[in-house]
Design a protein around this ligand. Structure first.
Ligand code: NQM
Length: 365
């Protein structure tokens, strides 16, 4: 016997996941997590008995509910279902899966569509920050096709521009959670920063890397992985994240000089696999490090941007990620403020229906 749970599968940016209404899942966290593990087929490196795609970027869940908050349409809880462990984590946010939240909220009837666009204001439960996503809805229906192209996704689709508010210190309590622009762990200089996502910025050259290695090459380098993890565990506790050994944050971004006409080049451990691109909020944190006086990122960028509106082109293994930011107080570390961060994603509804979980899992709920 199996239990059927209403669910949609969506691509959000360069990630893919299951989208649920909170009212369709158990209210109890442990019971909910058991259902999500079964739905994804975790723990199993291939996730063969579930919907997961055997990679952290395709083992993600969005849980949506209506919001009672002033000026907010919908609440979005992001859950990372760990591929090879029986773990579900709410310790991070996900800006890619966020791109599918507006369309799903409209499709699910949580938000009524305007014409020709609908602005969906989203409270991000994981971090308490808000985002506004603009969804194309000509004639009151979500439009998925269009001309927008994002690197890491083949073809084009309708644009979903997203504006972020109040994301500094989202998980760590401060933009610079250690109070410094640079810290040293295991003799390596790093910048610990949280502008939407806790990220440790490292200079690829300090690890004997060029910076343009492929994710597979980096993942195959055991010595590198151990060095990065050792720094991550130390940085995590200094970033007010506690013991991060079983957490998916902080992310570890190796930076180097731009190689393809962008502003900075990145390779990001998320934290044990290497991202095929870069996370949305992860790239906002890296771009912010680029305007932080004295940061590790500033040492590799060609020219330092000051106050005002900027477009940062963050290079990653499959192209560029463009972040628009309005910066103030960039002369000093303690006055730096990112007033606005905006970026472009696309999303697509891939399937809607019911995900089946063994009745034995649901009966334990
Ligand atoms: O940083 C992957 C992704 C992400 C997170 C990760 C993300 C973000 O690309 O906002 O989008 O860093 O685990 O989906």
């Amino acid at each position: 016997m199996q239990t059927a749970i209403p669910c949609s599968v969506m691509r959000g940016g360069t990630s893919k996941g299951l989208y649920f209404l909170a009212s369709d899942l158990p209210a109890d966290t442990q019971a909910r997590d058991a259902v999500l593990l079964a739905a994804m087929g975790s723990p199993d490196t291939r996730q063969i008995d579930g919907m997961g795609g055997a990679h952290p970027l395709t083992s993600k869940v969005a849980v949506l509910s209506p919001s009672q908050r002033e000026g907010i349409d919908v609440e979005y809880l992001f859950l990372q279902v760990v591929v090879d462990k029986a773990e579900v984590s709410d310790a991070q946010n996900c800006g890619n899966i966020l791109a599918g939240v507006g369309p799903f909220a409209i499709e699910a009837g949580l938000v009524s569509a305007g014409d020709p666009v609908t602005d969906v204001s989203i409270y991000m439960v994981n971090t308490g920050a808000t985002a506004v996503a603009r969804v194309e809805t000509p004639g009151g229906r979500v439009k998925y096709d269009g001309d927008a192209r994002i690197d890491g996704v083949p073809g084009t689709a309708a644009p979903v521009p997203i504006d972020f508010r109040d994301i500094a210190g989202s998980s760590c309590g401060a933009l610079l959670p250690t109070g410094n622009a640079v810290d040293e762990f295991d003799g390596v200089e790093v910048t610990c920063i949280d502008n939407g996502m806790p990220v440790v910025v490292l200079n690829a050259a300090d690890f004997g890397l060029r910076g343009d290695e492929s994710p597979a090459e980096l993942e195959a380098n055991d010595v590198l992985r151990q060095r990065i993890e050792s720094i991550r565990l130390q940085a995590g506790s200094h970033m007010n994240l506690g013991d991060v050994s079983a957490k998916t944050v902080p992310k570890m971004s190796l930076v180097s000089a731009a190689a393809a006409g962008g502003d900075i080049n990145t390779r990001t451990f998320i934290p044990h696999r290497v991202h095929e691109a870069i996370g949305v909020l992860g790239s906002v944190s890296v771009a912010t490090a680029c305007v932080l006086p004295g940061s590790v990122a500033q040492k590799v960028i060609a020219s330092r941007a000051g106050d005002g509106e900027h477009r940062f082109e963050v290079e990653h293994p499959t192209g560029f990620f463009t972040v628009e930011m309005e910066v103030a107080g960039s002369d000093a570390m303690d006055t730096l403020e990112v007033r606005r961060a905006a970026l472009l994603r696309t999303a697509r509804l891939l399937m809607r229906g019911e995900v089946m979980v063994p009745a034995s899992v649901w009966e334990r709920v």
